[in-house]
Ligand binder design. Structure first.
Ligand code: FEO
Length: 397
C-alpha cells in the first residue's frame, strides 16, 4: 500500500472502501474513500484517520513514506467514526506529542472512546507550527456536526475540509483532473442532498466568510472522494448553487402501492404536471432508495406523496422515506397528498399533516380513492398535477 503525493510535503494516506453500499442509511452505490493526510516536515502531522476497519491500510500507506513513530502531531477535524474510528489505535501506535481537536471534538471523542487520548482543543484563528509550515484552524460548526473543523496548511496552500466538499465515490484516481465530471457530478449532488442540505444556510454564511477572509486555497482536500487540485472553485460554486435551493420547475411524485391503485393516481398526477409544463420524476418506493429520492428533491419545487392504507396506517416504506426527508429540511416546497384505502381513509390525511410538518406548503386537501380509482378520481389527480404546475410557475415569476 503506497501513499499518494499531493504536494512536495503532503501525502494522501487514506483508505478506499470499494464495496460499502450502505452508509448509515445512504446508498453508496460507488463505495467511498476515507481520506487521511500526512504533512511531512520537521513535525510530521497526520490529519484525520480512517474508519477503524481500515487502520491497517492507513498505516501501510504512512509506512511507505515515513516511520509512523516520527509523527508528532495528529489533527482530528471531525469525530464521526469514519474519520475518528482509528484514532485510538493511531494514538497508541504513533504516540504523538499533540492531538488537536475542536472543543466539541474533545467532548465527542471523549464520549466515544472513554480513554485519555491527550487531546488539546483549538479554535478558529489558532495556529500551530508543524515545522517549516503552519496549520491554522477554522471551526466549521454544523458542517455537518457541531465539532466539524477545517485545517489550513498555509505555505502549501492546502485546505483540509473533512466531510465538506466530499462525495462517496471510491476511485483509484484521487484528483479532480483524473475524474470525468459526468461520472462524479451525481455523486457530489447526492452527498450534498443527503448530508449537507439541512445546513445550507450555514454553508452560505461560511462561503461568504471564507470569501471575506480572502481564503482561496490552491488545493481542497476533503475526507471523502477526490482531491480538488485543478479547479477547487468548481466544488465551491456547486455548493453555493445547491445551498441557495433556488426554485426550479420540477416536481417529485413519491408513492408506494399495494395493488396498483395508488400508482394509478400517481401516474395521473404526473400526467397533469407534464401537461402543465413541469419536469417530473415519478418515484415508487418499491424500487427507489430514500437517498436517491433526497437527491432528486434537491432541485425540485414540489413534493406530492401517496400511500395505500395498511393496518390503519400509512405504508411503511412511505413512513421511512418521509422520516428521512423531514430531517433534510428542504426549503421552498409546495405539495399535496393522495392515496387509496379500503375502509379507513384517515391515514391518507396523515400524509398531509406530515407534509405540513416538513414545512411544505400544502396546496390542496388529500385525494383519496376507495379501492380502485374511477375516472372521476383520476381526473382530480390530473387536475392536482396541473394545479401544482401553476403554483410552481407562480413561485418562479
Ligand atoms: Fe464522513 Fe461526518 O463523517
Amino acid at each position: 500500500m503506497q501513499a499518494v503525493k499531493i504536494t512536495d510535503k503532503v501525502y494522501w494516506v487514506g483508505a478506499i472502501d470499494w464495496n460499502i453500499r450502505d452508509f448509515h442509511g445512504y446508498s453508496t452505490k460507488k463505495g467511498t474513500t476515507y481520506n487521511a493526510f500526512l504533512v511531512l516536515g520537521e513535525k510530521p502531522t497526520l490529519i484525520d484517520t480512517v474508519k477503524k476497519e481500515f487502520y491497517g491500510e492507513m498505516m501501510a500507506r504512512i509506512k511507505s513514506v515515513i516511520d509512523p513513530k516520527k509523527i508528532q502531531i495528529i489533527i482530528s477535524n471531525h469525530s464521526e467514526m469514519d474519520h475518528s474510528g482509528a484514532l485510538p489505535q493511531a494514538v497508541a501506535e504513533i504516540e504523538p506529542q499533540e492531538v488537536y481537536v475542536s472543543a466539541m471534538g474533545m467532548k465527542d471523542i471523549t464520549a466515544q472512546f472513554h480513554q485519555d487520548l491527550n487531546l488539546k482543543v483549538v479554535k478558529t484563528g489558532d495556529r500551530i507550527d508543524v515545522g517549516g509550515d503552519t496549520i491554522s484552524f477554522v471551526e466549521a460548526r454544523m458542517l455537518h456536526w457541531p465539532d466539524s473543523m477545517f485545517s489550513y496548511l498555509e505555505k502549501e496552500d492546502v485546505l483540509f475540509t473533512n466531510d465538506v466538499f466530499g462525495m462517496h465515490y471510491a476511485t483509484s484516481k484521487l484528483f479532480d483532473d483524473e475524474n470525468e465530471e459526468r461520472l462524479w457530478l451525481y455523486e457530489a449532488e447526492k452527498y450534498y442532498a443527503n448530508i449537507v442540505l439541512p445546513y445550507s444556510d450555514i454553508v452560505l454564511r461560511f462561503l461568504d466568510q471564507v470569501t471575506k477572509m480572502g481564503l482561496s486555497p490552491k488545493i481542497i482536500a476533503p475526507d471523502h472522494g477526490f482531491i480538488w487540485r485543478k479547479d477547487p472553485a468548481k466544488i465551491i460554486n456547486l455548493y453555493a448553487k445547491w445551498a441557495a435551493q433556488a426554485p426550479k420547475n420540477k416536481a417529485i411524485v413519491l408513492y408506494d402501492t399495494m395493488w396498483g391503485s395508488t400508482e394509478k393516481m400517481a401516474v395521473q398526477i404526473t400526467e397533469g404536471l407534464r401537461q402543465g409544463g413541469t419536469e417530473v420524476k415519478q418515484l415508487s418506493m418499491h424500487s427507489c432508495h430514500r437517498s436517491d429520492v433526497a437527491t432528486e428533491l434537491l432541485d425540485s419545487s414540489a413534493l406530492i406523496i401517496g400511500t395505500p392504507v395498511l393496518n390503519s396506517g400509512i405504508f411503511p416504506a412511505m413512513a421511512d422515506v418521509l422520516c428521512y426527508l423531514k430531517g433534510l429540511r428542504k426549503k421552498g416546497l409546495v405539495g399535496a397528498a393522495f392515496g387509496s384505502y379500503g375502509w379507513n381513509g384517515a391515514p391518507v390525511d396523515e400524509l398531509t399533516k406530515m407534509l405540513e410538518g416538513m414545512g411544505v406548503e400544502v396546496v390542496a386537501p388529500a385525494i383519496k380513492s376507495l379501492f380502485v380509482p374511477d375516472e372521476k378520481v383520476l381526473a382530480s389527480c390530473r387536475d392536482l398535477g396541473l394545479t401544482i404546475s401553476q403554483k410552481i410557475a407562480e413561485k418562479l415569476k
